[in-house]
Structure formats: C-alpha cells, structure tokens
Write a protein that binds this ligand. Sequence first.
Ligand code: PGA
Length: 252
Amino acid sequence: MRKQIVAGNWKMNKTFSEAETLITEIADALDEVDLKDAEVVLCPPSLYLEMTTDVAFESNFKVGAQNIYPEDSGAFTGEISPLMLKELNLAYCIIGHSERRKYFNETNEFIQRKVDALLKHNIRPIFCCGEVLPEREAGNHFDVVKRQVEESLFHLNVDAFINVVIAYEPVWAIGTGVTASKEQAQEMHAFIRGLVSAKYDGNTANETTILYGGSCNGKNARELFAQPDVDGGLIGGASLKADEFLQIVTSF
Ligand code: PGA
C-alpha cells in the first residue's frame, strides 16, 4: 500500500534559535503519538538541515530540503546541490513549488532536470503541481496539471517514477486560507492517479503517494486525508506551530 506522508514546508521562516525550538517541540511531541503508518517529513530552510537531521536521527521523522540546483557542483553562486544533501542523508526534496515557478521563473523543463538530479542520488522528489485561479476559472486546471506532470515526470521509467511523491497544490489555496474542497481535491488527485495509470500501469498508480497542499490545517486535514486519493499533505503555515502540525500528522 502506498505511503501516507505529512511534510512541513517551512519556506523562508524561523530564525536559527526559533527553528531549534520548533524541531525539538515537534520531535518530543512525535514521541508521544501513534503515527500509524504515516511518515512525517520536516523541510526547513537549508541552513537548518544539518541541525534537523541530527535530531531526526533519534526521532520519528524524516528530513527534506526545499530546493536544489540540478548539478552536483560548480559555479552556481548561492545554490545547493543534491550531492550535498545526499551526504546529510536527506530523504526528500520539494521541487516545482509554485513560489519557485513564480518568483524564480522555474519551467517544467528545468524542474525535470531537478527530478533527475535528485533521483541520481536516491533523494525522493516531492513534486509540486497545481493551477492558478484564472486557469481554474477558465476550466483549464486539468490541462495545466497534466502538462506539469507530463513535462517534468513522464520521461522517467517506471523504476525511477515509483520514487516520486506528487503534491497537488492549487496555487489559489496556498497561504490564502482558502482550501480546496474535499471534492475538488479528490477530483484532481484521482485525475493525477489516472494519468500515472495510463502512462505506467495500475499498480504503479496505486503505489504513488499524492499529497494535498494549500491552507491545509488542523481543522480540515481529517476530511481531506479521508478522501480515497489524498495520501496526506504538504503543509506550509500550519507546519510552523508544533501543536497544529501534530494535529495534522494524526489526522489519518
Ligand atoms: P500553506 O502552504 O499550507 O501555507 O497554504 C502550502 C505550501 O505552499 O506548500
């Protein structure tokens, strides 16, 4: 059965000491709860990754980065490489987030290079896709997501693809307090699973973890995660408070 995952995307938040406190609070709280089969992933800013992996080593969560540059090393000032993450034993890396698409002009083709660079080092991409509001209002949301998935992921063979986690994040729901309804989430997740099934096979589609992201919080996580094709969440704002994040990770 496919893995259920809740990943916290801290984005560019928390000072070093605040991050230290939050990681400790989450690690302590995770010791007390039954996660069933769910996996918890913390994705702090890269500056805090080493500290986070040190705590994770003795705790019940995995660590992910928020971004990489798709080369192992070189003259790419300011960037970090998947080879560096590999040495930290990182399990996951978010890629294709809408904020990177918007503010850093990342294209489906560039994101494809990042997918390959991560898989080369056995780091699982958490691949984000999702439409902006005008695209949904025009009825183009399925086409947009299909193109994102096809152009960044469908060059992979099945053995590589099975390591990818997909996160459907409607851009109009990110950081807005407006969550997709459970019906909207389920409909898109089923659509994405159908794309995977058509490209690869039913078994691969069944094994693919598809997360929902966009104003998911302690109140709405349970009904979203109860949808048959929603396998957990990629959580932004609500992952910055230990109490609320814990409420979400126990919502399966
Ligand atoms: P949000 O962000 O939960 O704050 O809406 C989710 C994300 O951007 O991954």
